[in-house]
Structures are given as C-alpha cells and as structure tokens.
Design a protein around this ligand. Structure first.
Ligand code: XMP
Length: 533
C-alpha cells in the first residue's frame, strides 16, 4: 500500500498473534496509519515500505522452539524506533544478545507492574499499574545498553528500554483494553518517542485506497461481486470513485438471499453508483446443484465454486464484447482472513470455516485480486462506508454470509424449507430492527451494550409436535440466533427482554406456515460460531 498523505506509517511485524492486527488497529485509532507484515519480512522490504516505526507483536511460540519465528536482525539497524510486546520483547532481547528463560508459573491475566527506573515509554503513567500478561517465557537478562523499567512479582523484566537506540519493549500487552494505561503507553511511543503527528483519518484512508486501486488497475477492467452487504458495497463505492466505468458490478442471485433482498440490491446499485450492473439470475442452477446436499462444507464449496463459474461467464461475455477483465475486487475483511487460516499475516490460525470469499478459483479461471479492506475490522469498514457517503441503512446492515440461507438451513436445501426460513427470518429482522432502533433512540449509540449486532433465523432438520386450535401439528421449529459483537471474532448471545422474545415467537408461529415452535440459541462464540454451518 502506498503511504498516506502525511507519509507516516507504523509497521507491525506479526509473530502469529491473533492480536497482531489489533495492534495495527490501536495505532490507527490514535490517528497514525499502520499496517501489518509477516514477522520474517526482510529488513530491506520493511525499509522499502518507508515506515516511521516498527512494532513487534506477541506470538504463541517460545523463542527457543525449533521453528520459532524470528526477526531479521538488520531490522534493529534501520535506525527506526522499535517497540516489542510479549514475544516481541523476548525476540528483541534474544536477537540483541540478552537471555530468555521460563518463569516458574507463567503469568496469565491481570498483573501489577511496578516502575523501577525512569522510562520514556511509561512516562505519565502511575508507578504501580494494572497490565495484561499472557506468557510463560520471559526475559531473564536484558541486552547490553538496556535498562529494566518495570517488574512484577513473577516477571523481573516487565518492560525494558534502550533510549539511546530507540528500542522499547514490554512483556505485557498494551494493545489489550485490560492494560489500564495501554493507550497512554502506545501514545508515548508514537508521539513522544517517534515524534509522529496524529493526523491520519478515514479521509486520508480513502485517498490512499483510491490511489492504490488506480495504480494497480491502470486502464484495465475490474469485476466485483456485489452481495448487497457492507463489505462489497464499500469496495464498490471505492472502486467506483477510483475507476468509474472500468468497474462492472455483478450481482449473482443464488436464490438464497433474505426476503425482498434481490430487489433491494438491484435498486441500490443501479441508483447509487455510476457503474455497470449485471443481475445474474442463477436461482435455478443453484437449486439443482444443492439438491440433496447436507454437509456444510460441501454446501459452501458448491456455492463458492458456482459463484466463480457465474462470474467467469460474465467476465467471458465482457471479453467477447471487447472489454476483457483482469481484476476482481472483493470485500474480504481481516476477520475473514484469520478465520480461514492466516494468509498474508504470517500467523498460524487454523481453518475454522472455509469462507466464501477465500475459496480458490476453479481451474482455468484467473483474476488478479483487489482486496482493499483486508486490513480492516468491520467497524472500521463501516466508518469507511460512512466517510464514502454510503447511506446509513446500508452501512449499518448486519453481516450476511456469502452462502446465504443455505448455511442456515440444516440438512438439504429445498424450496419449501427456504420459504419457511425466509418468512421467519423476515419477522426476526423486523422485530429486532425495531428493538435496535428503540435502543439507538434512547442511548444515541449504535452498538450499545444492549443492542443486537447480528440476528437471524435458523431452520434445523427436524420436526416437532404441536397443537394449534384443536389440531395436532407436526412441523418445523425455528431457531433464533441473536448476538452481540463488534467484529464477529467473538460474540455473546444477546440477553433480549422476554417481551421481545415472546413477540418474535408468537409472530413466527402465527404467521409462518410450516413453523410451530421457536427456540433461542444461548451459546457464545467461542465455543460456538455465529452461523450454524
Ligand atoms: P461465524 O459463523 O464464523 O461467522 O462465527 C462470523 C461472521 O462471518 C459471517 N460469515 C460469513 N461471511 N462469507 C461471508 O462473507 C461466509 O462464508 C461467511 N460465513 C460466516 C457470519 O454471518 C458472521 O457475521
């Protein structure tokens, strides 16, 4: 990515921590641009990116493990300020001639550090303060020229620094909210030590991203899959701004969208953007392919693969029309990447679900990818959407999975089940949209503590007995899923008021033919995921 308008950028080297991107995020929250690189990026590559400072993330390994991730020692010779957290502190110590050992018990959770020397990094924070620790190994001997600046009962080197060379490190995690003065510590580094200015903003980001898309695309054509969700819409808006009519937006209608949604998508993207819009009616082809398929990953695979086939067909039409497509833009965001196994970050997260966006192209199909949002969390993407002038209702639309209702119908997808689910889901959304709107009016906060972040209906592959009027029924239950979250990486089930639950249940059973029971899923993520498949 090119540099932002002010030319100030902090690079986070990721040692496989799921917190790696969170560090970049905290830096951006302080209005300094930040992005992430794999920990083994050579010093020349880092220097070429022209950063103002480097942060070394934590990571799960022990520095003495056989395949322990390491850092190019030349990184410390670039003359840039470097800050390390947890594993980042240990690798800094080991690389520069210090020693790392095991602590007896390890240290997990809140701990109290005590300042033992003056410290530029801890400047302006109390002598005793609460921090978040998560480690077994710890620095036993600091490298030459370093001083220990704080300790805990268990960990003699809770932080260290060599102010002369602008090298700083903490055993604790300042990026985690539980570290009481974490933001102050990070600010000390960015503004006090590195002398950066808090001038970066979403508007800079738009300029940067638009510029990047233009540079990458040149005079070529781009194709983009529109789902009507926030992510692909934000990418569409960005690309529309960057390259206008060189962009073709393709809406593959797989027949698995929510009630009335295909019509809404078409309306939004023909009225809002000055781009080519192609509505592919693939409903019947999908229905045939999915008939009898019950295994979740198989469903995802079929839907993902067919998505590319449909895309390829449009791209081929464009090529035959004398407008060949070289690029495909996608709304992949950061959580998609870590949940599908880390890709660019060098991290080592394991595959949980194969996300639609990341399924590989079928043989013979090739597009170069443009994924402008792959560094960002959902709430950052929403802020970007707002700054791009997208309407509120679109920016705040809840996430919806690429494979659509197919992964909310347990077992095989049939027209009858789809109909039941669409009708039940419409009621869930209507009621919880109203609930959220009421909370928003009361609190002025979009994602207040009580509001629901994502909500939908799930149709299990069972039937149960009920009684309606004097008649026995043998019909389907509906499962209500409603969660609180901010980025989909973790989620808690929403503690909805009983009146709201009662209204949803009453309406579904009364208004949805084929449904006679409603259950509420009260599981958090982890251990469950938000979707059922
Ligand atoms: P899980 O079920 O993994 O979902 O906890 C996390 C978030 O991702 C959404 N989701 C998807 N989004 N393609 C997408 O674009 C997918 O295949 C997909 N699967 C899950 C899910 O709705 C939740 O917000």
């Amino acid at each position: 990515m090119s540099k932002n308008a002010q030319g100030q950028k902090v690079i986070v080297l990721d040692f496989g921590a799921q917190y790696g991107q969170l560090i970049a995020r905290r830096v951006r929250d302080l209005h300094v641009y930040s992005e992430i690189l794999p920990c083994d990026a050579p010093a020349e590559e880092i220097a070429a990116a022209n950063p103002s400072a480097i942060i070394l993330s934590g990571g799960p390994a022990s520095v003495y493990a056989e395949d322990a991730p390491s850092v190019d020692p030349a990184v410390f010779e670039l003359g840039l300020p470097v800050l390390g957290f947890c594993y980042g502190q240990q690798i800094m110590a080991k690389t520069l001639g210090g020693m790392v050992g095991h602590t007896e018990k390890g240290e997990y959770g809140a701990a109290t550090i005590e300042r033992v020397a003056t410290s530029r990094l801890l400047d302006g924070t109390p002598g005793e303060q609460t921090v978040w620790m998560s480690h077994r190994d710890a620095v036993a001997k600091v490298p030459e020229g370093f001083v220990i600046t704080s300790s805990t009962d268990i960990c003699p080197v809770a932080s260290m620094e060599c102010a002369e060379r602008n090298l700083y490190a903490t055993q604790f995690h300042p990026e985690v909210r539980h570290t009481r003065y974490g933001t102050q510590i990070l600010s000390n580094f960015l503004f006090g030590i590195c002398g950066l200015e808090p001038t970066w903003s979403m508007d800079n980001l738009i300029d940067t991203l638009v510029q990047d898309v233009r540079e990458k695309v040149g005079d070529k054509r781009v194709i983009l899959g529109l789902s009507g969700g926030v992510d692909s819409s934000v990418v569409a808006a960005l690309c529309a701004r960057a390259i206008g009519k060189q962009l073709t937006c393709v809406f593959v209608n797989h027949g698995l969208l929510r009630k009335d949604e295909p019509e809404q998508v078409e309306e939004i993207f023909t009225k809002l953007f000055d781009v080519d819009f192609v509505h592919v009616h693939a409903e019947e082809r999908y229905a045939r392919l999915l008939a009898g398929i019950t295994e979740p990953e198989e469903k995802r695979r079929i839907i993902g693969t067919q998505f590319w086939n449909e895309f390829f067909a449009v791209a081929q039409d464009l090529a035959e029309d004398g407008r060949p497509v070289q690029f495909m833009a996608q709304g992949t965001i950061y959580p998609d990447i870590i949940e599908s196994g880390a890709r660019k970050t060098g991290g080592k997260a394991s595959t949980i679900k194969s996300h639609h966006n990341l399924i590989p192209f079928p043989e013979g199909v090739h597009f170069d990818l443009i994924e402008p949002l792959d560094h960002f969390f959902k709430d950052e993407v929403r802020a970007l959407g707002t700054a791009l002038g997208l309407p509120e209702y679109l920016v705040w639309r809840q996430p919806f999975p690429g494979p659509g209702l197919a992964i909310r119908i347990i077992g095989s997808v049939t027209p009858e089940k789809l109909e039941i689910l669409k009708n039940a889901d419409a009621i869930v959304r209507e009621e919880l949209d109203a609930y959220n709107a009421k909370l928003f009016a009361e609190t002025g906060e979009r994602n207040s503590e009580r509001s629901v972040w994502q909500y939908f209906a799930v149709l299990p592959d069972i039937k149960s007995v009920g009684v309606m009027g004097d008649e026995r029924t043998y019909q389907r239950p509906i499962i209500l899923r409603a969660v609180e979250s901010s980025d989909a990486m973790t989620a808690d089930w929403a503690k909805l008021p009983y009146e709201v639950l009662a209204k949803i249940s009453g309406r579904i059973v009364a208004e949805v033919p084929g449904a006679n029971r409603v259950c509420y899923d009260i599981t958090s993520k982890p251990p469950a995921t938000i979707e059922w498949e």
